[in-house]
Design a binder for this molecule. Structure first.
Ligand code: HEM
Length: 235
């Protein structure tokens, strides 16, 4: 049973995440409505869908830049660093846990603690979405907003067609991520535990998991204000 709370989601992440989630839903709905537009049964009227998509896309760009700057300068950015060494092995262990271990009641192989906020699958997917899919959807979106900036001919293919294909593909990938994300946030100590964390900022953990994190290699702990304390400064 969780018996300790650690502060993992600072206010700026919670603010960014809420706005980002709302904008993504608006973008997906307006994007789908334009993609499969049918004047007789429009999900959203075409001209409204275009406006909604453009405004949400511009706001998404602003908040993405805010996220980037915060990740670079705030302590919470360290959780996005991918330890390349043995990462494949870590992913394998996490997949095994999600497909077998979780149904046997095994303990998670990478529990949350002060040093590790995300398990390897979360780390990989959050990095792929935040630093690949979202930047690509933003760049191609801006290019489509100003089509005169796109090369007309790219090795014999229409530049606009390729840009649009990339934009739509990234949109679909982000939509699929969202569905999987919504499922995985229910996999915590309880169905609502992760949702509670992103609302309150605090994640509930087991004391023994946080103690296990204070290994000789890490040698540091974080207090509730996320100030780093060195356990034994000499070693
Ligand atoms: C629409 C409803 C959404 C809900 C209810 C939701 C819920 C959550 C919850 C509960 C967490 C905390 C658990 C965890 O860290 O894994 C989380 C984290 C996260 N979500 Fe979402 N999410 C939504 C949409 C999105 C979207 C659209 C994106 C990006 C395209 C996104 C990206 C992220 C990222 C990157 C984190 C980690 C944030 C951090 O702590 O650094 N989420 N989400």
């Amino acid at each position: 049973m969780p018996n300790k709370r650690i502060y993992l989601y600072p206010v700026w992440i919670r603010l960014w995440h809420t706005i980002n989630a709302i904008l993504m839903v608006l973008l997906i709905l307006s994007g789908l409505s334009m993609q499969y537009s049918n004047p007789d049964y429009p999900l959203i009227r075409f001209d409204l869908a275009v406006k909604m998509h453009n405004i949400s896309g511009i706001l998404l760009t602003v908040f993405f830049l805010y996220f980037l700057l915060a990740i670079i300068f705030n302590w919470a950015g360290k959780y996005y660093r991918m330890p390349l060494k043995e990462f494949g092995d870590h992913i394998f262990k996490q997949v095994k846990y999600y497909t077998v271990g979780i149904f046997r009641g095994d303990k998670p192989p990478f529990p949350v603690n002060e040093q590790r906020k995300f398990n390897p699958i979360q780390l990989l997917s959050y990095n792929a979405i935040q630093f690949l899919a979202i930047p690509l959807v933003i760049i191609t979106g801006w290019a489509l907003l100003f089509p005169e900036t796109i090369v007309l001919d790219f090795f014999g293919y229409s530049g606009i067609l390729l840009t649009s294909l990339l934009h739509v593909s990234m949109g679909f990938i982000i939509s699929i991520f969202l569905i999987i994300h919504l499922y995985f946030i229910t996999v915590g100590h309880s169905v609502t535990a992760n949702l509670k964390s992103i609302v309150t900022g605090y994640h509930e953990v087991e004391e023994e998991d946080t103690l296990a994190a204070r290994t000789p290699e890490s040698n540091t702990t974080l207090d509730k204000n996320n100030k780093t304390h060195t356990k034994n400064p000499k070693t």
